[in-house]
Design a protein around this ligand. Structure first.
Ligand code: FES
Ligand code: FES
Length: 154
């Protein structure tokens, strides 16, 4: 099956069986290795990407359901304040969970530029971090929100 997608703003056409997980297409066909495979069972969030702006487990979403969809992966976050904020807060240890967490954080900040701590915790509820850096991750999202609000001031 041939499917057209918009990946990080660029039209891409891929050929794959319709039940192929989006994660496989991103990593193995499009060579976008930033999105991680963790559990493959919608349990860890390592594979999270945005589909039409909403966080989706790429390990579970079949490519045949995505014709014409807008896919956003961690590679699109170059220059985004989330990256600077996560570095400033030293929010990763092994870093394996972070590309998925960054995408859920982006979806949150896109719809809510001033999230409360409870909003951030709820938005990241689908993610596991085995290294236990949750508090630093939460502080990093708060810092990114602050940076984005500063950028928005004319
Ligand atoms: S790899 Fe998709 S949720 Fe764990
Ligand atoms: S930083 Fe290692 S799993 Fe989160």
């Amino acid at each position: 099956m041939r499917i057209e997608l918009i990946v990080n703003g660029t039209a891409r056409e891929v050929s794959a069986p319709p039940n192929t997980p989006l994660l496989d297409v991103l990593r193995n066909t499009l060579n976008l290795k930033g999105t991680r495979f963790g559990c493959g069972l919608a349990q860890c969030g390592a594979c999270m990407v945005l589909v039409d702006g909403e966080p989706v487990y790429a390990c579970m979403r079949e490519i045949g359901t995505l014709a014409g969809a807008q896919i956003t992966t961690v590679e699109a976050l170059d220059g985004h304040p989330l990256r600077a904020a996560f570095l400033a807060e030293q929010a990763g240890q092994c870093g394996y969970c972070l590309s998925g967490i960054l995408m859920s954080a982006k979806a949150l900040l896109d719809r809510n530029p001033s999230p409360s701590r409870a909003d951030i915790v709820a938005a990241l509820d689908r993610h596991l971090c085995r290294c236990g850096t949750q508090w630093r991750i939460i502080r990093a999202v708060e810092r990114a929100a602050s940076l984005l609000r500063e950028k928005a001031v004319p």
